[in-house]
Design a protein around this ligand. Structure first.
Ligand code: GDP
Length: 362
């Protein structure tokens, strides 16, 4: 037995679940992410890093301060939620991890007035095929005529502040969405009636505009992850990092860089990595790991600051030579203490999987 270290040092730890947002165009995916990001910045302590590259981290204590009574941090040992910043189907299907979707969990956004639309159905189909657990955010509840808005309020409290006419009007729209889900073979209900989120899809009424229901949305995501996904979140956090390329980008002063989402292990600023390329795996050495610099400091310096290492789950920019042929959606693996050939083989196998899937989807 060679002592390659895998599993022989640090104990496993729990990583953040990765969350994707899907839904029909204009139903509010971007607005919802903006709202969550905005609330996280307000509730987060000064200096807490919420902005990753290509993703937004909402740590458990921030989830809890946004969600108030709905989330008691003592009930959780998952560290929070990591939202992928690029919503939409293309990004969801491109971003994969070994054998499945990169996202562990998804939010399907449906406009309460507009209801199910072609891309809603498409999203359901994608979620079904990838077997990704999801909840439905029934968005734009503030547009129900006569709505009395209560900024950032949990849904229960804002429901009570509506007239009977207004709340029954919302109920009608919500039940229509529940009916549409059932037509697609998803048994669904309002989230507070759902006992088992593995069997039933929870529908959460929200407004990305006023923030109403956002506490509930975060609480449900957190609860669902904690209850049903804990085992999948167990990683060897000190192990060699594994991730997926979000984007390949030219960056002034750094040349071609890759933005990656790391879903396992750690990547260090002096690691050798293997990246999926257009023709073959690229073997290269990390030159710098870059995070966005806090807003206050941006004026004087580069947009990025260098970090020595980062662990999953996180979004990070990697500067390294030879990245011109790297592809969005391709795997990235840290070599560290392992045979290079083995790691290259792993990346090749993953690339072959991606090619097959792309053909199947036409
Ligand atoms: P996306 O295409 O799904 O990302 O949708 P956007 O987030 O761009 O939203 C489309 C439009 O709907 C924008 O004009 C938003 O301001 C508006 N919108 C999104 N969410 C809400 C909401 O909860 N309430 C209201 N009144 N408008 C919203």
């Amino acid at each position: 037995d060679t002592d390659t270290g895998a599993g022989s040092h640090d104990p496993t730890s729990l990583r953040t679940p990765i969350v994707a947002v899907l839904g029909h165009v204009d139903h509010g995916k971007t607005s919802l992410l903006d709202k969550i990001r905005g609330s996280a910045v307000i509730e987060g302590e000064a200096g807490a890093i919420t902005q990753h590259i290509g993703a937004t981290a909402v740590p458990l204590d921030v989830v809890s301060s946004i969600a108030g009574d709905l989330v008691n941090p003592d009930d959780f040992d998952l560290p929070g939620l990591l939202f992928i910043d690029t919503p939409g189907h293309h990004s969801f299907t491109t971003l994969r991890s070994r054998g499945g979707a990169l996202a562990d969990i998804a939010i399907l956004v449906v406009d309460v007035n507009d209801g199910f639309q072609p891309q809603t159905l498409e999203a359901l189909d994608i979620l079904k095929r990838s077997q990704t657990p999801f909840i439905v955010a029934a968005n734009k509840i503030d547009t129900v005529p006569g709505w009395n808005a209560n900024e950032d309020s949990p849904i229960n409290a804002t429901y009570e502040a509506q007239s009977d006419r207004v709340s029954s009007r919302l109920d009608e729209s919500l039940y229509e969405i529940i009916g549409n889900l059932s037509d697609e073979d998803f048994s669904a209900d309002l989230y507070w009636r759902v006992q088992n989120f593995q069997r039933n899809v929870g529908v959460v009424p929200v407004s990305a505009m006023t923030g109403e229901g956002v506490p509930d949305l975060l609480a449900v995501m957190m609860g669902l992850s904690q209850r049903y996904m804990k085992e999948e979140m167990e990683i060897d956090v000190q192990g060699p990092g594994v991730g997926t390329v979000l984007e390949v980008k030219e960056e002034k002063g750094f040349g071609t860089t890759i933005d990656i989402v790391l879903y396992d292990g750690t990547i260090k600023a002096d690691d050798q990595i293997v990246v999926g390329g257009m023709n073959q795996p690229i073997v290269t050495d990390v030159r710098a790991l870059l995070q966005p610099r806090p807003l206050a400091e941006i004026r004087t310096e580069s947009r990025f600051e260098k970090v020595d290492e980062i662990s999953a789950a996180s979004g990070i920019k990697v500067a390294a030579p030879e990245l011109a042929d790297a592809m969005a959606g391709a795997p990235v693996r840290v070599v560290r203490n392992r045979e290079l050939d083995e790691v290259v083989d792993e990346v090749e196998a993953e690339l072959a999987d991606i090619a097959v899937d792309t053909e199947e989807q036409g």
